[in-house]
Design a binder for this molecule. Structure first.
Ligand code: RB5
Length: 146
């Protein structure tokens, strides 16, 4: 199950991504926003982050205008590793090296074609483990100590 959420700045791209996931038979839960009305990205970044951190959803996708605000919000949830990606290489490497569990996208930054490609790579790529496990463990330890 994929958790997905956006503010108004990411609303249209969210609709496209949900259509894409549905076409591929990938289950998702939409945590809002549900209209184009202006709203606050932290609410949706937190909701998706909590769904992933609790184990309710395997991965998350968050979208706002730039992807920055909503990625910051998701990353405030303990256990979340949200990666803002604007290219395919970053989408691959955030999974392989950082074991990112939330993908952040900026609707005003990437076109829909590229965004869907980034989503596919993010969902299809596994974590490399090995030396990267130690680094990810250190990342999570920062949360414990602060
Ligand atoms: C909303 O106008 C915009 O600030 C928001 O979508 C996002 O880009 C914030 O980081």
């Amino acid at each position: 199950m994929i958790a997905i959420g956006s503010d108004h700045g990411g609303f249209h791209l969210k609709q496209e991504i949900m259509r894409h996931l549905a076409d591929k038979g990938i289950e998702f839960h939409d945590y809002g926003t549900y209209s184009e009305e202006s709203c606050d990205y932290p609410d949706f970044g937190e909701a998706v982050g909590r769904a992933v951190a609790s184990g309710e959803c395997e991965r998350g996708i968050v979208i706002c205008g730039t992807g920055i605000g909503i990625s910051l919000a998701a990353n405030k949830v303990r256990g979340v590793r949200a990666a803002l990606c604007g290219d395919c290489f970053s989408a691959e490497m955030c999974r392989r090296h950082n074991d990112a569990n939330v993908l952040a996208l900026g609707e005003r930054v990437v076109g829909p074609g590229l965004a869907l490609k980034i989503v596919d790579i993010f969902l299809e790529t596994g974590f490399d483990g090995g030396r990267h496990s130690r680094r990810v463990a250190k990342l999570m330890d920062i949360e414990e100590r602060n």
